[in-house]
Design a protein around this ligand. Structure first.
Ligand SMILES: Cc1ncc(COP(=O)(O)O)c(C=O)c1O
Length: 394
């Protein structure tokens, strides 16, 4: 079924892309576990290359019917013309950077971003003579960092771990005027809470490992955007070779049918947890975009349907108190990642930033008493009771 704008989000999440080409008409899309696709005769091959055969691909690295259904579904949810899928969110990011930037170009990334993205830029893009700079997550700082060589700006919404929410509409207008590509990693927002393309962003990135997958059981990534940007990227992607596996595409298709329900639950639970923590005597500060006390609350309220599932907070004390709190949790598990059914939590400086000195962490805005809590699908009262008992041990 083609995505049709009057249909609701859940209807699109369930039906878009799911028209079965299979003769037995299964209700779900089969997993096309095949490396290559056959042709009846050479004429059919010519028809395929002319784009008149209705066939998706001649070889599995360039496309797959299970993956094509997922691409169609994600386009319908994100409001995109094209979607490319990758074996990880990082592979989506690295492919986009290598495709959009050339030697002599400059890339700007906001500072409160996923550390893996930052590490790739810091460690590797100099090899390709691409310059880079990091700047504070504000429109003013980004504008001030731009030079004549700036080709690409990368930011996240909300950011990680402080959940900053930039006015991406304003940023997109600025980028268009300057001829700069704007890539927004909207993994934390998801298309349920925000569709950045509607605000003029060029490319949206998702670590599909998180809410799109939703069950902590797969790794995948996606890039979405307008045809004129995505078509050349698709060509580059096919030869760079990071193709998603059809089994993973199937799992994502299945997960997306419950996506709206999961996100609604997650948004509600996370806001309740953020409010609970905000009123707790052992808490120094809570970062959640839809709390009135968050520095970007007005922008978040304007742009986001919900605040998403990450709640970051500072316990009163230091690394020791934060560690005691996380270690005492009985429901949330200590692990990186987010977006699955299971709640996960960690002391930020002990996980993602473990290899930095205390001074380096502080310069990066990471406080030792900072905990990142990824709200799962458990009963919210159980999660609150669990946090209550863990905090009582601080
Ligand atoms: C915001 C964000 N973007 C990108 C990534 C990378 O995604 P993946 O782990 O699927 O490669 C992550 C991973 O945690 C992330 O949190």
């Amino acid at each position: 079924m083609k995505p049709q704008p009057p249909l609701g989000f859940s209807t699109r999440a369930i039906h878009a892309g799911e028209e079965s080409p299979h003769q037995h008409r299964p209700i779900t899309i089969p997993i096309y576990q095949t490396a290559t696709f056959s042709f009846q005769d050479t004429q059919e091959l010519w028809d395929y290359y002319a784009g008149t055969s209705g066939r998706i691909a001649e070889y599995g690295r360039y496309g797959n019917p299970t993956t094509a259904a997922l691409q169609q579904k994600l386009c319908a949810l994100e409001g995109a013309e094209m979607c490319e899928l990758f074996p990880s969110g990082m592979n989506a990011l690295t492919t986009a950077i290598l495709h959009l930037c050339k030697a002599g170009d400059e890339l700007i990334m906001t500072d409160d971003n996923y550390r893996g993205s930052r590490k790739f830029i810091e460690r590797y893009i100099g090899k390709y003579q691409i310059d880079f700079r990091f700047c504070e997550t504000t429109i003013q700082c980004i504008k001030a960092a731009v030079t004549a060589k700036t080709r690409l700006i990368i930011t996240e919404i909300p950011t990680n771990p402080c959940l900053r929410v930039l006015a991406i509409n304003e940023l997109a207008t600025f980028c268009r005027q300057k001829g700069i590509f704007l890539l927004v990693d909207a993994t934390f927002a998801t298309p349920y809470n925000l569709r950045p393309l509607e605000y003029g962003v060029d490319i949206v990135l998702h670590s599909a490992t998180k809410y799109l997958g939703g069950h902590n059981d797969l790794i995948a990534g996606a890039l979405l955007g307008r045809r004129e940007i995505m078509e050349p990227l698709k060509q580059f992607h096919g030869l760079l070779g990071g193709c998603i596996d059809p089994n993973t595409s199937y799992l994502l298709l299945r997960s997306l049918k419950t996506f709206a329900l999961r996100m609604q639950h997650t948004n509600e639970s996370a806001l309740a947890i953020a409010r609970f923590l905000q009123n707790h005597p052992k808490i120094e500060k809570v970062y959640y975009p839809l709390l009135e006390t968050h520095e970007d609350f007005p922008t978040a309220q304007r742009l986001l349907t919900g605040g998403g599932g990450i709640v970051t907070f500072l316990v009163k004390g230091d690394l020791e108190e934060a560690t005691r709190c996380v270690d005492a949790l009985k429901i949330a598990t200590i692990a990186p990642s987010l977006g699955g059914a299971e709640s996960l939590a960690h002391v930020v400086s002990a996980m993602t930033y473990h290899d930095m000195s205390r001074e380096e962490r502080q310069a990066a805005g990471i406080k030792d008493n900072m905990i990142r809590y990824a709200v799962g699908l458990e009963d919210v009262q159980d999660l609150i009771d669990d946090l209550q008992q863990a905090l009582s041990q601080v």
